[in-house]
Design a protein around this ligand. Structure first.
Ligand code: ARG
Length: 458
């Protein structure tokens, strides 16, 4: 028995192992719907240009409609012998409609076909991901709003730095996910170009109308060089880079959730439906979802590197290497989509423990900068103020007390400029409320930022 798709040229069939090695149908069948969409647009153009007859076009439409139904019903028989999604569908079309099916591939190659399919696929997944990033931001905005006034210590170097509001902390992630959505939409512009018409690599001898196909498929433009059209996968790499950044942001948030849920910290609890227990330790409740998200970030980063490495040694134009673009891409999409869905849901399953946050903020001299700023406002140069407060903190550390525990007389040892109004300045509420400018942690500013984000997402 000879090889199926290009029999005449070959004297012997490939071995079963080679067949399995070179086939992609078991993962690229995911592209079936976009493959059919692309084929229908191509056929419509062929008919419009009188390259095939209206009759053939109608037959192709009829056959594809049935194939789509078979696929949706799980009745389509995918054959390894037919290598990939494209040849499987074309073969079935020919079974159903005869010669019209055989005419579909006029002026086309699997090279421009597959490049078109992936672009249609990535475009629609970008839209899904942008929608999920929106859901996640809306959920985080609700959480931020509930805790616009809740105070916790802000950290640098994992050491207590200054008091901040929890709403402000959550809004930092809203900013990150906002940039992620922008990046996806920017990437979409370069995804949304049509390769079809490039054929194998050099274009085609038929009088095709590429703009017509681009319009039918909703592409903004055609790819302007046929060699580039079939061999470019930058758009997929860019997509994976944007996805890796999404996961990086999710991973940083996950790390914080895990730390915050540790009993040593106890800032939050996460609803049971996002946690699991231990098979041996009956008391355990583990934050599995954030831990797994942190772990899955590794595979998404890996897929980005896989695609970069896939491309770096390829001469123009198409090479079979490119078949390897699909699994990393598909797994990136699946991982990011599941993760974003779960996180949008989990945001409302986070219980904040304001007392624990407050207690932590009261340790570690979080308002020392406020005391220094106070002295500056009384006329002391900042460096001198910094030094005076360092002495005061040092004295408090020795005595195991807070700055606010010092009496006015005791504070005068460090600076004569300190007056009774200092005690308001040293409170947590005074500290956060004083940072009242765009981008600051004051509850006012948190509420204003939430309103801005909501207006933008509306
Ligand atoms: N399955 C192939 C891929 O994913 C389709 C293109 C094959 N083209 C070729 N000339 N072998 O890239």
């Amino acid at each position: 028995k000879k090889s199926e798709a290009w029999s005449a040229r070959f004297n012997e069939p490939v071995s079963d192992l080679v067949k399995r090695y070179t086939a992609s149908v078991f993962f690229d069948k995911r592209l079936a719907q976009v493959d059919i969409q692309g084929s229908l647009a191509h056929a419509e153009m062929l008919a419009h240009q009188n390259i095939i007859s209206q009759q053939d076009h109608a037959e192709i439409q009829r056959g594809m409609t049935q194939i789509l139904e078979e696929i949706k019903a799980g009745k389509f028989e995918w054959l390894l012998d037919l290598e990939d999604v494209h040849l499987n569908i074309e073969k079935r079309l020919t079974e159903l409609v005869g010669d019209a099916g055989k005419r579909l591939h006029t002026g086309r190659s699997r090279n421009d076909q597959v490049a078109t399919d992936i672009r249609l696929y990535v475009r629609s997944e970008i839209d899904n991901i942008v929608g999920l990033l929106r859901d996640l931001r809306l959920a985080l905005l609700d959480l931020a709003e509930q805790h616009a006034d809740t105070i916790l210590p802000g950290f640098t170097h994992m050491q207590v730095a200054q008091p901040i509001t929890f709403g402000h902390h959550v809004l930092a992630y809203v900013e990150m996910f906002g940039r992620d959505a922008e990046r996806m939409l920017d990437c979409r512009k370069r995804v949304n170009r049509l390769p079809l018409g490039a054929a194998a690599l050099a274009g085609t001898t038929f009088p095709i109308d590429r703009e017509r196909v681009a319009k039918t498929l909703g592409f903004d433009d055609v790819c302007h060089n046929s060699l580039d059209a079939v061999s470019d996968r930058d758009f997929a790499i860019e997509f994976c880079a944007a996805a890796a950044l999404i996961m990086t942001h999710v991973s940083r948030m996950s790390e914080e959730l895990v730390i915050w849920m540790s009993p040593r910290v106890g800032f939050i609890d996460i609803a049971d439906r996002f946690c699991t227990g231990s098979s041996i330790m009956p008391q355990k409740k583990n934050p599995d979802v954030p831990e797994l998200a942190r772990g899955k970030t590794g595979r998404v980063n890996g897929h980005l590197i896989a695609l970069l490495t896939l491309m770096k040694g390829q001469p123009l134009a198409y090479n079979k290497d490119n078949q390897e673009d699909k699994e990393p891409l598909f797994d990136t999409v699946d991982t990011v989509i599941d993760t974003l869905r779960i996180f949008a849901d989990m945001a409302s399953g986070i219980t904040v423990k304001p007392d624990a946050m407050r207690a932590a903020a009261l340790q570690g001299y979080a308002t020392a900068t406020d005391l220094a700023d106070y002295l500056v406002k009384k006329g002391l140069p900042f460096r001198d103020a910094h030094e005076a407060v360092a002495h005061a903190v040092r004295a408090c550390v020795d005595r195991g007390i807070d700055l606010s525990d010092l009496s006015l007389e005791e504070l005068h040892v460090f600076s004569k400029l300190i007056e009774a109004d200092i005690f308001q300045v040293l409170t947590l509420e005074g500290s956060v409320a004083a940072r009242d400018h765009v981008g600051g942690t004051a509850p006012n500013q948190v509420r204003a930022a939430i309103a801005r984000h909501r207006a933008q997402l509306a």
